[in-house]
Design a protein. Structure first.
Lengths: 72, 644
C-alpha cells in the first residue's frame, strides 16, 4: 500500500536524509521524498499498521533533521 | 516570505549592523571577546542548538554540528592568536544568508510554478429551484449534475454543455492562446476559463477524475520520479561530507606530526587547525543538492505552461537524450479525421455528385458518411430520401428524388454491374452509381496536421538523427505522407502488435540511441510504454493517454515535441552546469585551503556563494528557450495539406 504525506523541511539535503530515514524504518518498503512539492510518498510492507509505522518514520526523520515535520 | 524567513532575515540584518558597530568600538582583550559573542549567538543560536541535537543523536556528519565546530574553532583560534573574531561570525552569518536565500528562492519557485498551473477550481455553481446560484465545493458535485459557469469563472468539472455558447480560454491546459468555442453538446474540460457567455454544463466526471485534478496530481507527482542526475547527487552528498570531514581531521593532525617527527620543525598547530576548519565550512553539499531538483522542477513547470505535461524528471532527462523519434500516423501526424479531398465525375457535376452521395449517407454513422455530409454542408434541402438500405461490406443504397442511388466501394459497383474505373488519387474511393449507371467517385482522405511538417523540420534541426513513421495504412498512402513530411523511414501495413515489434527492433540497433514514440494513446499504449520516452498526443480528455504516456502534449500539436525537447535540453544543460560548477569550485577551494591559499572567506563563498549562483541558474529552467520555428508556426497555420 502507498500513501502520500505532506511534510515540511527547509533544505534539500535534509529532505534526502529524511528519505533515507524513512526507507530504513521497519515496515516501510520504499519511500520517496519530493523536496519541491514537500511530499513524502511511503510504500508500506504488507500487514503493517500504517499509523504506528508512520509514527516511527516521523521520529526517525526528526532524529536526522530536528527542524522537519511529517503531517500524519 | 513566511514568518520564519522574516525572523531570520531580521536576525541577519541585526547581526550585520552589530558587526559594523563593533568594528569601530575600541575594545580589546576579554571585553572584546564577550562583545563579539553577542552577534555570534544571535545569528548562530539555532545552529548551535541543532549541533547539540546532532551530538545527542550521534550524527557525526550533521551540517549544523560541522558548522558549529568550524565557527567555535575559529573563535577559539582567534582568542589564542590575533583576536579577529569577524571571520567566525561572518561564516555563521553568511551560512544563515545562504539558508535564508535557499528557503526564499525555493518558496518563490514553488509559488511561481503553482501560479502557472493555476487550474485548481475553487467552487462550482449549482442553480437552486428558485433560480439563485449557490457555490459548493466541486468535490461534492455528483456526476450528471448541472453546474453554471459564469463569464470569467473556471470550469470546475468535466462535462457537456447543456445550454449556452461561449469562448473558452484553454491556455492553462494546453498553452494554446487562441480561445476555443463551446456550444450546446460540446464536451468541455475543467481548468478552462469561460470568457464571455453563461454556460450550463452537465458534469460527466467527478472532481477527482476531472482533467484539472488529474493534471495537478500528475505535475505534483512528477518530481517524485527522480532522474539519474538527482540520484547521482544524492549518492554524492552521502559520501562528500564524510570525505571532507576525514580530510579535515587528517589535515589538522598529520602535517603537524610530520613536521615535528619527520622534519624536526615547529608543528604550527594553529595554521593547520585553521585550514582544517576551512574544510568543515565547505563540507555541506547544499548547493548541489538543492539546485538539481530545483532545475527539474522549474523545467517541468515551464513545460506545463506550454501545454506539455512531463510525468517525471527522469523522462525530461531521457527526452534530452533522444536521437530517434517514432511517430504513429493517424491522429499524430494526421488529424485522424476524414475529409473529401477530390471529386471525379463521369456524369453530373461535382456538386450534384456530392449532393446525391451525402443524401444517401444521411442516416449512416460511419466516419465516411460524416465527412460526406460535412463536405456537402446543406443536408436539409427538402430532397426526398427513401428506402435507405445499408449493405454490409459494400455501401448504402437509397431512393433520392425517385432515382436509385448506390454509394459504396468497388465491390458494390461490381455487384450492380456499374462500369466503374480506378483512380490514382490517394485515399478511400467512394463510388456513386445512379440507376445502375456509374456517375463518378469521391476521394476521401485523412488530413495532415498543419504543424506536422514544421514539427519534423524542427526536430531535425534540434539534432534528432532519425524520424520514423509507423502505420497500419497501405504503403501507397504511408509513403506519400512520409515524403511530404520528409520522414526518414516508413513502416506501413502494421498491426498494433507489429508496432511494438518494430519499436523493439529499432531499440536494438545501436544507431537508434534513445527512442521516443509519439502516438495518440488510444491503441498504442504498449508501444508508448516500451519506448524510452512515450509521448501521447490528443490528451484532451483521453484518460488512456494520460495513464500510458510519460509525456503528454495537451493540444495535439506535434510541434510541441521539439519545444519539449528544447526545454529538456536546457534543463539538463543547467543541471550539468550546476553540478560541474559547484563541485569544481568546492574542490578548488579545498585544494587551495589545504595549501593555505584560501581562507575562510573563500570557503564561505564556495559554500554559500556557489549555492546562490546555482539556485539562480536553476530557476532559469522555467523559461522556455525561444526559437525560430515557433514563429514559423503562425505562417503554417491555415495551409491544410491534403496528401493521404
Amino acid at each position: 500500500m502507498k500513501k502520500t504525506y505532506k511534510i515540511d523541511v527547509d533544505c534539500a539535503n535534509c529532505a534526502n536524509l529524511m528519505e533515507e530515514a524513512a526507507k530504513n524504518t521497519p515496515g516501510v518498503k520504499d519511500a520517496a521524498v519530493n523536496f519541491m512539492a514537500l511530499k513524502m510518498k511511503v510504500e508500506f510492507e504488507d500487514g503493517q499498521d500504517v499509523k504506528t509505522v508512520m509514527e516511527n518514520v516521523r521520529q526517525n526523520c526528526k532524529r536526522v533533521e530536528d527542524d522537519c515535520e511529517v503531517f500524519i | 516570505m513566511n514568518a520564519k524567513q522574516k525572523k531570520n532575515l531580521i536576525r541577519i540584518i541585526i547581526t550585520a549592523v552589530l558587526m559594523l558597530v563593533l568594528a569601530y568600538m575600541p575594545l580589546s582583550g576579554w571585553p572584546r571577546f564577550f562583545a563579539y559573542l553577542v552577534p555570534y549567538f544571535l545569528v548562530g543560536y539555532d545552529i548551535l542548538y541543532k549541533a547539540g541535537k546532532g551530538i545527542k543523536n550521534r550524527r557525526t556528519f550533521d551540517e549544523s554540528l560541522l558548522m558549529a565546530i568550524a565557527t567555535l574553532g575559529a573563535m577559539a583560534l582567534a582568542v589564542y592568536e590575533d583576536g579577529d573574531y569577524t571571520e567566525a561570525i561572518a561564516v555563521m552569518l553568511f551560512y544563515q544568508v545562504g539558508e535564508w536565500f535557499q528557503a526564499y528562492a525555493v518558496g518563490r519557485s514553488r509559488r511561481d510554478i503553482s501560479a502557472l498551473m493555476d487550474i485548481r477550481p475553487d467552487y462550482a455553481n449549482i442553480e437552486q429551484e428558485d433560480g439563485t446560484l449557490t457555490q459548493v465545493d466541486p468535490d461534492e458535485v455528483e456526476i450528471g449534475s448541472v453546474i453554471v459557469v459564469k463569464p470569467g469563472e473556471k470550469i470546475p468539472l468535466d462535462g457537456v454543455v447543456e445550454e449556452g455558447t461561449s469562448s473558452l480560454n484553454t491556455v492553462a491546459l494546453t498553452g494554446e492562446a487562441l480561445p476555443r468555442d463551446a456550444k450546446e453538446g460540446d464536451e468541455v474540460l475543467s481548468g478552462c476559463i469561460n470568457i464571455n457567455g453563461l454556460l450550463k454544463i452537465r458534469t460527466t466526471k467527478e472532481f477527482d477524475e476531472s482533467t484539472a485534478s488529474k493534471i495537478l496530481e500528475m505535475v505534483e507527482e512528477a518530481s517524485s520520479r527522480k532522474s539519474k542526475s538527482e540520484n547521482f547527487i544524492a549518492r554524492f552528498a552521502r559520501v562528500y561530507t564524510p570525505i571532507v570531514v576525514y580530510a579535515a581531521l587528517a589535515l589538522a593532525v598529520l602535517p603537524p606530526l610530520v613536521r615535528i617527527l619527520g622534519m624536526g620543525l615547529a608543528p604550527e598547530w594553529g595554521t593547520w587547525i585553521y585550514r582544517a576548519l576551512t574544510f568543515l565550512v565547505i563540507s555541506c553539499p547544499c548547493a548541489l543538492v538543492v539546485s538539481v531538483p530545483l532545475s527539474f522542477f522549474a523545467g517541468i513547470g515551464g513545460a506545463s505552461r506550454q501545454g506539455v505535461l512531463v510525468k517525471g524528471s527522469n523522462y525530461l532527462e531521457a527526452l534530452s537524450e533522444v536521437k530517434t523519434v517514432v511517430f504513429d500516423k493517424t491522429g499524430t501526424l494526421t488529424k485522424g479525421i476524414f475529409a473529401v479531398s477530390a471529386i471525379h465525375t463521369d456524369k453530373l457535376n461535382e456538386q450534384q455528385l456530392l449532393h446525391l452521395a451525402a443524401h444517401v449517407e444521411r442516416y449512416s454513422t460511419h466516419p465516411i458518411a460524416e465527412s460526406l455530409r460535412n463536405a456537402f454542408g446543406h443536408e436539409a434541402d427538402g430532397c426526398s430520401v427513401e428506402s435507405v438500405e445499408e449493405i454490409a461490406g459494400h455501401g448504402v443504397r437509397a431512393q433520392v428524388n425517385g432515382k436509385t442511388v448506390c454509394v459504396g466501394n468497388a465491390k458494390m459497383m461490381e455487384s450492380i454491374g456499374a462500369n466503374w474505373h480506378e483512380c490514382d488519387a490517394m485515399g478511400t474511393m467512394i463510388h456513386v452509381a445512379v440507376d445502375g449507371e456509374y456517375a463518378g467517385h469521391i476521394v476521401i482522405s485523412d488530413v495532415v496536421k498543419e504543424n506536422a511538417a514544421a514539427a519534423i523540420k524542427a526536430l531535425k534541426k534540434a539534432g534528432i538523427k532519425q524520424t520514423v513513421m509507423l502505420t497500419g495504412d497501405s504503403a501507397r498512402i504511408a509513403d506519400r505522407v512520409a515524403a511530404s513530411l520528409q520522414l526518414d523511414t516508413v513502416y506501413s501495413q502494421l498491426l498494433p502488435q507489429d508496432k511494438v515489434a518494430k519499436v523493439e527492433e529499432l531499440l536494438q540497433q545501436p544507431a537508434t540511441g534513445k527512442l521516443a514514440f509519439v502516438g495518440d494513446g488510444i491503441n498504442d499504449a504498449p508501444v508508448l510504454s516500451r519506448a524510452d520516452v512515450g509521448i501521447a498526443m490528443g490528451a484532451m480528455g483521453s484518460d488512456a493517454a494520460i495513464e500510458a504516456a510519460d509525456i503528454v502534449l495537451m493540444d495535439d500539436d506535434p510541434l510541441k515535441i521539439s519545444v519539449a525537447r528544447r526545454i529538456a535540453r536546457k534543463t539538463l544543460r543547467i543541471v550539468k552546469q550546476n553540478i560541474y560548477f559547484s563541485i569544481g569550485i568546492k574542490v578548488l577551494v579545498l585544494l587551495l585551503g589545504a595549501l593555505g591559499f584560501a581562507n575562510m572567506w573563500a570557503a564561505i563563498f564556495a559554500d554559500v556563494g556557489v549555492m546562490v549562483l546555482a539556485v539562480l541558474n536553476a530557476v532559469r529552467a522555467m523559461f522556455v528557450p525561444q526559437c525560430a520555428d515557433i514563429k514559423e508556426r503562425t505562417v503554417q497555420v491555415g495551409s491544410d495539406v491534403t496528401v493521404a
